[in-house]
Design a protein around this ligand. Sequence first.
Ligand code: CAA
Length: 380
Amino acid sequence: MILSHKYEDYRQQIREFALSEIAPHARRLDQQQVFPYEHIPKLNELGLLGMVVPREYGGTFTDTLTYAIAVEEISRVCGSTGIILAAHNSLCTYPIYVFGTKEQREKYLPPICGGGELGSFGLTEPGAGSDAAGTKTTAIKKGDKWIINGTKCFITNASVGTTFITTAVTDKSKGAKGITAFILKRNLPGFNIGKKENKMGLRGSDTAFLHFDNVEIPDSDRLGPEGGGFKEFMITLDGGRISIGALGLGLAQGALDCALEYARASEEGGQPVADRQDIQFKLADISMQIEAARNFVYEAALAKDSGMKFTRLSAMAKLYASEAGHYASYWAMQILGDEGYTERYPVERIYRDVKLCEIGEGTSEIQRLVISRELLKGTS
Ligand code: CAA
């Protein structure tokens, strides 16, 4: 997709920032599994922490295409930083803005949109991953308070976030319509964060359990109507899947960047690697996959901004870009051969990082389910 100068200039700005400030740390974050605290004020300064929220609540309110380009370019050099950004914007600031009251927006958004704090989204539970409506966490009403008990798992930004949204069952008899969403601050009594996961990829990002042990919150911190939480979280994931598509796309482009650099600079048996036709064909195939993924991601972003239903397009963007990321990193590693299998090149890290895109925010199987359901309903 050919973009206007406005978008390409923005891409260039983020690319330069990513190369100078993020890329030099990517390998260390992965190897030492450390969270990039030092990146957060810089991302904040560039306005990247409030991209989907208007200025009156501390955000920078860009359109979704601009946001996707930012996630793509950051992920191109560091997947861990890319997912921190994607989960924060799409899964926490966005639903508080869209479903929150004016008071909730004023109270919770400024610190996480321009104040340099991070947000987090608690949906998945042990036993309720793909079946998100199978939530076991409960919220029981006592007067004008709710008492929350339960556990959430695989939560991005869990140990580093200050603001969380979560779902809990408020009326078991109503199934998905008995699930309600809530906003929580991390310092509430009974709200504990579990140990950080030791993951295969995206190892600089923080993933941990949330434990709620009789956590008491006022009814004014309920996000949306009672029973509306499942739908709110599904709508949130529709947007989130565009940013996971952008994460997969950026990682795929990072793999191609590396393969191109290697092919141009290396020789085998006295012959430049770039002169080999099998390598040239593979570079062409990777590039074609990436362009197709880029079109899917940008089209879903444009559809979201146009106000049309974009559930099917965002699922397709995430599915295609994750699989393109897998393809690109797999074949980039083949092009580099044994060099690609070492930590000297980022390809092995990208190969591990991109796997999450086929699992998080709904597995590839769930995306196929969402796409086919939408087709059969004839809704989008
Ligand atoms: N938009 C609006 N409403 C929606 C919706 C959407 N995208 N999807 C579902 N709904 C509504 C339905 O219309 C229905 O409401 P009505 O009865 O009023 O029509 C209601 O929600 C229930 O929907 P379903 O019957 O379709 O629900 P289901 O139980 O069959 O589940 C599912 C559907 C698509 C499989 C869903 O469970 C799902 O998306 N699962 C995957 C969960 C997921 O992506 N988890 C990721 C966790 S976050 C993460 O990974 C973060 C990270 O940091 C990496």
